[in-house]
Design a protein around this ligand. Structure first.
Ligand code: GRF
Length: 198
């Protein structure tokens, strides 16, 4: 079985990366993470290291600008024959040459029911502050419009009266950790690139 070659972009804790790494331990899982790219030192890189996955660091300060950084990152992904790019807690905006090069091949996981609370790293806190009865998580295709590409899947999470940002985040992340591997599995059975509206 040839498995879909996945590159994961990270900036943080890496729990979603971990969920993909765990899923791929099953030899029948149709995808595997072949390279992890980060824009800063972060615990997610340790997860990659432990799993024996190639990891690369792309700090903005090393490059002339964001486009140059993204070009270098694209190069590494191409060298690893990456077919699908997963943004799993990656907190930098991807520049146009990158989104164009991997058009229909980049997905992102976001901790809200998009289009609610888009374009922020504080979506969980914002949902709590807004007093919504439910929030959740979304996986969508990355386009040049931040958090606005076509939605592939969502999971709903009830907001409880005694929730804190942390308790709510934990329940959302528990959903993310099954949503993301399930969805990548589904994508592995489909033709790529994923279709995008013109
Ligand atoms: C996740 O909640 C994801 O939705 C958001 O950033 C968080 C990353 O968490 N984009 P982790 O680094 O995977 O633990």
């Amino acid at each position: 079985m040839s498995r879909l070659r996945v590159g994961v972009l990270v900036s943080g804790r890496g729990s979603n990366l971990e969920s993909l790494v765990q899923a791929a331990k099953d030899p029948l899982y149709p995808a595997r993470v072949v390279v992890v790219c980060a824009n800063r030192e972060c615990p997610a890189l340790e997860i990659a290291k432990k799993a024996g996955i190639t990891r690369r660091l792309f700090p903005l300060a090393k490059y002339a600008d964001r486009e140059a950084r993204d070009r270098a990152m694209a190069q590494i992904l191409l060298e690893h024959d990456v077919e699908l790019v997963v943004c799993a807690g990656y907190d930098a905006i991807l520049e146009r040459p990158f989104t164009r090069r991997f058009k229909g091949r980049i997905i992102n996981i976001h901790p809200s029911l998009l289009p609610e609370f888009a374009g922020t790293m504080d979506a969980v806190a914002m949902a709590l502050e807004a007093g919504v009865a439910e929030t959740g998580c979304t996986v969508h295709i990355v386009t040049d419009d931040i958090d606005a590409g076509p939605i592939l899947a969502q999971r709903r999470v009830e907001v409880r009266p005694d929730d804190t940002v942390e308790s709510l985040r934990q329940r959302i992340q528990a959903e993310e950790h099954s949503l993301l591997p399930d969805l990548v599995k589904g994508i592995a059975g489909q033709p790529l690139p994923l279709p995008l509206p013109r």
